[in-house]
Each structure stands twice: as structure tokens, then as C-alpha cells.
Design a protein around this ligand. Sequence first.
Ligand code: PLP
Length: 445
Amino acid sequence: MKESTARKLDFELPDLKAYWMPFTGNRLFKQNPRLIVRAKGMHCWTHDGKQLLDTIAGLWCCNAGHCHPKIVEAIQAQAETLDYATAFQLGHPKIFELANKLTAIAPDGFDYAFFVNSGSEAVDTALKMALAYHRIRGDGARTRMIGREKGYHGVGFGGISVGGISPNRKMFGAMLPGVDHLPHTHNLEHNAYSRGLPKWGVHLADELENIVALHDPSTIAAVIVEPIAGSAGVIIPPEGYLQRLRDICDKHGILLIFDEVICGFGRTGDNFAATRMGVTPDLITIAKGLTSGTVPMGAVLAKAQIYDTFMTGPEGAIEFFHGYTYSGHPLAAAAGCATLDVYKEEGLFERARSLEGYLEDGLHSLKGEPYVIDVRNFGLIGAVELEPIEGQPTKRAMALFGHCFDNGVIVRTTGDTVAFSPPLIIEKSHIDQIVESVRNALSAI
Ligand SMILES: Cc1ncc(COP(=O)(O)O)c(C=O)c1O
């Protein structure tokens, strides 16, 4: 990237009043707006011409880097060929093509893809699939869902019910009934500075046995977890933990859902976390990297046994009363096909795996810098946790965010954790830049 950080763009700020921004302090933002007006590869540019290294792939989604020419071309070509076709009782070729490409890289046995428009919709869809699956099999008392503390599954009522982040839940009433939560696995006393999967904590999966015993297995439909939790500040599962959940679910006839909205598409150095970690759930929710963030799209990947269970009523009858106007939208389908081609042609999942150790070493070199209380990583995911300022949680991480931003690097903070999930096209020199920028910020803030 030759563009200098000082390059001025010819861009006039619009009136900022009318837009109610999501997950944002609207009033503060509008006093000090940061607008992104352009992006390419590893970088994006603000309205006042600042060049920024994107260390979080937009929001864990632009895995192929920004504005990849092949993906841009595919979207353009699709927009002038077929703008929209309803997904109900009609179809269009691209979405079938995408389902085929997607199931080809999914874990063995995941032969079906149901398309939606976001991670939140994917989660709600998977929960509904689980309920309906049991009911079709004559097991309709299985209505309970088990999520996990600190889990993030989007913002639909299903997702916040099984999710475990209290500010996302507390304003919104009773949510779904019959939901329980596993304990989270974040523990610095035992696992600080783990490289890869932490060694301590497999026993935390056994709490599922207690929850199952409390409610009785016959009432439980599904367990949903993120293999690696992102939004609560990068929580990497202890060794053996996910397999233990799988075993307990199998023992009691409970479906296991992996929410891979951030873990899918190379983020863990493999197609999915399920393939990297060798644990196979029953349903997988995906979004984000599916189109490299270019056009909104999500999906639920289902095992053949689940799909087949639905295909048992009278022929011609609708088997699943669910779907969205924009399920399988042609632009998203075209973007998805091109994205999966780019991942394959450029070997980006393998690239992520090959850079994992470099990112790990770089981030762990921050151990001992001021305020750092943990560094953790897996695949192309990293996190540096800071000691909070007493009585002012999040303030220190926000200060670090501001310092990095002013110095040309976008990082993401959740609580007092700084998270990294760069595009998979990242170079070693970018990793060096990330580490040095965080190091400088830590001594400056
Ligand atoms: C694990 C997980 N599930 C679901 C979602 C929700 O996705 P969306 O924001 O596309 O609705 C997210 C978003 O970050 C996520 O990280």
C-alpha cells in the first residue's frame, strides 16, 4: 500500500443526526465521527484521509481482504443479470451452486445449507430447526435450550436468550422460556498466557450433566456454543472441552450446535473450528466470512440426518415453515461463490494456519508490558487482556484503541480485552506493525 496516512480524500461529512447507530455511543460518536470511506486489501481510509491497518477484518468477516477484485466483479455481474428472485417456491442457479460449494468444504456429513442474512438469523434458524427436529421425531417435549455464560449468538430473541452477555439481555424482558446456561471457561488463574487451547478446564463441560439432571434429558433440545467465543473477549476452549460436550449430548439425545459465525472460513486455520478441533456438532451456524463481509448472508449447515428427518411428511407439503424474503439473495449468492473460490485459489485457510505461530509469538512478546494480564491465541485469532482501571472498566482498552487508531491501526476492544482477527491475506510485516503499535500504545496510555 503506497498511500500515505496524510492523503486527503475529497469527502464532505453528511449530516450525522438521523442515523441511529447500532452498538455505538451515538452522542459521543457524533461529536467525534470516524467514517470509513474506502477500503482495499488490509487497509481502509477515513473521511479525513487517514490510512488504517485493519486488524479485525471489518468485524471478523472480510477474510479475503477488502474489495477483492474477483468478489467485486462477481457482485457487479450478478447485479446486472438477476437482482432478486424469491426463495419461496422458486430458486435461481447461483444459490444452488453456493450450497454445493459450501457443503463440499463443510465437515463430513453436513450435506445441506439453509440460507439466511446474518449470524443472528442463522442462530434463530438453528434453534427452530432443533425444536422442529425433535417434534417431528415424536419427541416434542424437548424444548429447552442450553447456552453458555459470556456466549454471543447475535441479537434476535433466540440469540440473546441462549447468549450470556448481560447488557445484551437485561433490557429485553423474559426472552425465550426454558433456557439454561453452562459456566464460561475464562480463567486467568489457571490459563493466563496459554498458547493455543488452554490446558485447564475440561471439567467445566461436566456442568452440562448437572443441568441435564436438573431438567431431565427428555426436556432438552439443544446445546449451543461458540467453539471460540469472540464477542466476550476471545475465550478459547480448554483441551478436550468441546469433545466432552459432544459426548454428553450424545449420551442424552441432545443436539449440539456450533455457532461458527466468527470461527468459520479459515479463521482457525482450517475450514471450520469443527474440522480444526476434530469435534462434529449436529448443526453449524455461519455468516461473516461466507461472503467475506461483502453482502450480508448467513446459513445453517445441517447434517443429512436432520434434513432427512424433515423430509418425511406428505410430498409437496412445506417441510419447514421458516425463511426470509432475502434468503439466498442473488447478490449474496454470487458474492459467496466468488469468495469460496478466492479462499481456495489463494489457499487462504492454509495461509492462516501457516501464520498462526508468527501471530502467537508476536502477541506473546507483549507479556510484561504495562497493564497486560493475559495474551491468548488460536488460529488467526489473538487477544491481549488489560488490567481494568479500578471502577472504570473498558476505559483502559478504549484508550489503547484511540492511540492505535491515531497511529494508523484499527483494533477491537471488548471490555478490557483487545482482540485481533485480521484478514487471512495478512503479511508478517502487518503482524509486526500490530504488535509494535500495541506496545507503543501500552507505554503511552
Ligand atoms: C458467534 C456469533 N454468533 C452470531 C453473531 C451475530 O451475527 P450478526 O451480527 O451477523 O447477526 C455474531 C456476531 O458477531 C457472532 O460472533
